[in-house]
Structure formats: C-alpha cells, structure tokens
Design a protein around this ligand. Structure first.
Ligand SMILES: [Mg+2]
Length: 395
C-alpha cells in the first residue's frame, strides 16, 4: 500500500538528542567525557536511571532501571543527580535554533523534535542533504550529539532514527518514499513506537515477532484484538502515518493584576495583594509546567501614571521566590506619595519545568515546591477560595 498516490508527499525529519541528560552533564563537566555516566541520583537511594551513557549500556544498564540495579551492573559509573534546569535550557536552545531554520517544528519531548521539510527542494536542494546540514548546525551550535531520520511521515522518521541512525557512523538515516512498509517489515514488533510491553506480549503470544507479520494480519482481526487502536497499529505496520506536525503555540508570558476597590495608601493591603498575585502567578506557571526567568511588577497610581520594572531570576515557579522578587521590585517602583489604583505581576522567558514533568509525586521535590503543589491540588478540587496563605487574609 502506498501513501504517495492518495496524499501529497511529505518530507518529515525526526531529531533525537543522544543520551541527552548525560550529554548536557558532559558539557557542564568535560571530565565526564567517555566515562560511564548515569543520571538519576545516588545508587544508594530509591529512584531510577533517567539517562545513561553508551559506556554503561554494554553492562546492561538502561533508562528506567532502578539505580541500585544499575550500580550492581556498573559500579564504576559516575552517578549524578539530574540538573533539570540545565536540560530544559539546552532543549530550548535546540528548539530556538530549529525555529530559525525550518518552517514547521514539533517538540515531541525534551530531546525529540519533528520538522516538516516538505516542499523546500527548490529553495534548499536535496532534502536529505538539508536535513544533514540542520543536524550539523545544531551540533555545531550546542555541541550536543544527535541523530536524525528522514522519511515521508513521523512514524517512519522516528524508527529510522532510533533503529538505524543512532547505530550508524553518520548518525543519520533516510527511508525513501514508497519503501516505508518494506523498511518496517523485518523489524521486531517492539521497534514500533506506541507498542508497549503489554501489547508486545499479545503479539508474541500470537507468534507475531516482526512488524511485517502485523502488516499481513487482516485489519478485522487487529480491531478485534485491540479495538480502535487495532486499525491504527495495522496502518502503522504498513508504514502509513498521516499524523501532522503539531506546532505548540507557546505561551510567552503569564500575568495577574488587581485593581483595588478604592485607591489606597495601605502598605499592608498592597503587600498582601501582591502575595496573592504571586501565588496565583506561580500556580499559573506550574499549571503550564514552566519555569520563568523574568518577573515584572506593574504599579498604577490614582492619576493613572504607571510604572513597571522587571528582574531576572534563576528559573522558578515557586510562590515564595516570585513573591520575594516581586516585593523587592514593588519597593523600588513605589516612589511617589500617592494612592495606588492597581498592582500587577508578570512572568516571562519560560523553559519547561522538567522536574515537575519527571518527578511529580516523588519525594525529590524541594519542600517549598511540595507545599505549592499541595495548595494547587486543594484549590483544584475545592475552588480558589478554599485555601489561602495567612498573608492573603488581610483582604
Ligand atoms: Mg534522546
């Protein structure tokens, strides 16, 4: 079955940053180069491997393995606690570089991107050469090792990266239009994205070891086995994937403000309102799973004269830190002896909050972060008015 006759031919590039967390750690500490490195934490604590270098994989270490087990297999490895903020910064850097190069980009995860390079042959020449140029560019600017795959859809491009590019010298692989099903056919069932251990087991029970065997199975049988998913798995096994590149519209800033019922001089009231705003803003950041680098405060006097000031911080989304900065800013902009009409607070320059993404619910979060997330969940369940910090109650 061919996709090319019914649908316009696409050129989709998949990019995967190799052993991403380890690679970033090596940029931060070059002494780690070529050494076996495991990111996840201390081998004497509970927890799992987040990322491990190729040097550890020959001993059987892989991600999601308990750290203690990784230590038994590879005691000579350097065990590191994750530095999520650095990983998020590098991920953003890669995204920014790609955004300048390609018309359409999807960030699939912290270390994985899809680019739609369709229809650029006239401008860029051979698409595979262009894809390899992009790879060289990103590697040159970030020093991060990365692999790329190119094909007519996301599924095949991803498999091209994970099953072939990663193991190749050039770290790149292309699947020609029309070769998609043939390319997948000899690969083990588990090589197909979206097939987890449970699904794999079912296939193995039925004696299906290769993707080609799934492709040959009547679609009715697939639907009977897996419901609606069965049809999708069957399409995928035949090399067909029509899913589009999804560009996330990223929020650039989050702001909150408060207009006083009556213009006010009351420092206690203004400060309490600011704390409330900081708490709401921090909650907004956490809901979007981002950390902000810049915090701004806006102050409007009764004559509508408005002053704003912004400060940089270490990336944060905790109420305490945002309030601390906002209060300092407020004190520096509040210079007139005049009543205040409105105060506002804004956060921008975001990166992903990987700690929240990876560790939510685990006991590794900072205490402050834990308090915030408890507040979030109670508010979520019972409404905003249900919980407030003592300083808000001045309202
Ligand atoms: Mg990766």
């Amino acid at each position: 079955m061919s996709t090319t006759s019914t649908y316009p031919l696409r050129q989709i590039m998949h990019m995967d940053l190799d052993t991403f967390f380890v690679s970033v750690e090596r940029l931060l500490d070059p002494k780690l180069a070529k050494r076996p490195v495991i990111v996840g934490g201390s081998p004497f604590e509970r927890g799992v491997v987040s990322s491990c270098s190729y040097e550890t994989r020959v001993f059987g270490v892989h991600s999601a393995m308990p750290l203690r087990q990784a230590f038994r297999l590879c005691p000579q490895a350097v065990f590191l606690y994750p530095h999520f903020t650095h990983y998020a910064e590098y991920s953003k850097l890669v995204k920014d570089i790609l955004s300048d190069i390609a018309p359409q980009i999807e960030k699939a995860s912290v270390d994985e991107f899809y680019l739609d390079l369709s229809g650029c042959e006239k401008l860029k020449g051979n698409t595979y050469d262009w894809a390899k140029d992009i790879q060289k560019n990103v590697n040159g600017e970030t020093q991060l090792p990365l692999s790329i795959g190119l094909s007519t859809n996301k599924l095949i491009a991803k498999v091209a990266t994970s099953e072939f590019a990663k193991r190749s010298e050039a770290k790149s692989y292309k699947v020609e239009p029309g070769d998609e099903a043939q390319f997948l056919s000899p690969l083990p069932v588990a090589a197909m994205p979206g097939i987890g251990e449970a699904t794999e087991k079912i296939f193995l029970t039925y004696g299906m070891h290769r993707i080609g065997q799934i492709a040959q199975t009547p679609v009715q049988l697939m639907t009977r086995l897996f419901g609606k998913n069965g049809k999708t798995i069957h399409q995928h096994a035949n090399g067909i994937d029509l899913s589009p590149i999804i560009e996330q519209r990223e929020q650039k800033s989050i702001s909150r403000d408060h207009t006083f019922t009556e213009d006010t001089f009351d420092v206690v009231l203004v400060v309490a309102s600011l704390h409330r705003l900081a708490s709401d803003l921090a909650e907004g950041l956490r809901a979007n799973v981002v950390l902000a680098q810049k915090i701004g405060v806006k102050l409007r006097y009764s004559d509508f004269h408005t002053v704003t000031k912004t400060a940089s911080t270490c990336y944060t989304n905790t109420t305490q830190e945002i309030y601390r900065i906002a209060e300092k800013l407020l004190r520096s902009v509040w210079t007139r002896r005049q009543r205040i009409r409105l105060i506002g607070i804004e956060a921008h320059d975001f990166i992903d909050d990987l700690q929240q993404l990876y560790l939510f619910g685990e006991d590794k979060q900072k205490k402050e972060g834990t308090i915030d997330s408890v507040v979030d969940s109670i508010r979520h369940k019972y409404g905003d008015a249900s919980i407030a910090y003592a300083s808000h109650l001045v309202h």
